[in-house]
Design a protein around this ligand. Sequence first.
Ligand code: GCU
Length: 387
Amino acid sequence: LMLLLSQSVAFAQNYDESKVPRYVLPDVLKTAGGKVIRNEDKWEKLRRPEVLKLFENNIYGRMPTDYDSIRYSLTQDDVPEMNGKATLKQVAVTVFRNRQSVQINVVLFVPTQARKPVPVFLLINNRGKENTDPTRVKKSEFWPAEMVIDSGFAIAAFQVSDLAPDNKDTYASGVLQKLYPEQLKMDNGMKAIGAWAWGASRVMDYFETDRDIDSKKVIVVGHSRGGKTSLWAAAEDQRFAACITNCSGNTGAALSRRQFGERISRINATFPHWFNNTYKKYNDKENALPVDQHMLIALIAPRPVYATNASKDLWADPKGTFLAMKAAEPVYALYGVRPELPSAQPGINMPSIGAHFGYHNREGEHNMTVYDWGNFVRFAKKFTSDK
Ligand code: GCU
């Protein structure tokens, strides 16, 4: 019976485009009171704060910004690596509140030759330490540090487990219980994904003190659950210059109303520790949500966003991801940004890279690879190089 049950759940996922229901996206440019937003000033003063709050209250939870103090200690500083092409720093970022603390361990490679300060890619790493090995004995396509360094960018990473274990029973044991226990009592309190995004902002705090790093050119990167997090981090913290959301799928860059691949009911059942309690109200009720994910991308405007998919990763709804990017364009237009993406989803391995929007659907499986990173570098060059 268990087997039958779990199979019927699996088969309940729709992968058939003709079965996507008709839907109407919430209008990103209309306030709750019915006002139509026509310029960036009104967007920033009226609608943007409203949309941000809707995401906090209904999905990702509140993002606490207060803490008592923060300390940066360099456990390794300017260690030559990669045959002299880079220097390695390892930084322990310790955040204190109410006499409790949490430590985030950051690995950072800085290109030796590049003019300082340099732009940096910051990976929110949900796939384990072996992918971000500071010794470079282990190398991984997931974080191809040598390639990024050769391209003239710095590259950094931290582990999500430093903030909140990715586990429904123990997720609260990090930032939540130690620094912000009150969040655990709120229906709109943050959970694991909120805590990981909070961590990205604390690493940003550090970058603002590192003279090798251009803190106005920090590109936050995440894959899948990490890509949901990179979007949320960039939406909440406008210091991030750009966002890369790789195969982020449901409650990431894909539209929920399409009900294609993973759905809200499924993500909440499997990962009850990712989003706030209120989000569970929307299980099988996508149309009741006051937002859809195009509005999360819109919160990042006019900063650049790159979304990817993989052709065999229908679970993450490639088409729904592209459509969410397109549906965010009207907010970028308020800033004078013309549509850069084509009107139809580009074919497999046909990246579309503008100065504000990047998109590709890589051939293959759910993953982040050197192909993806190569395109992130091409994208980043468009908005980081001084003209
Ligand atoms: C699961 C989950 C996705 C998530 C992915 C990942 O497949 O359902 O929502 O993006 O894991 O993080 O790799």
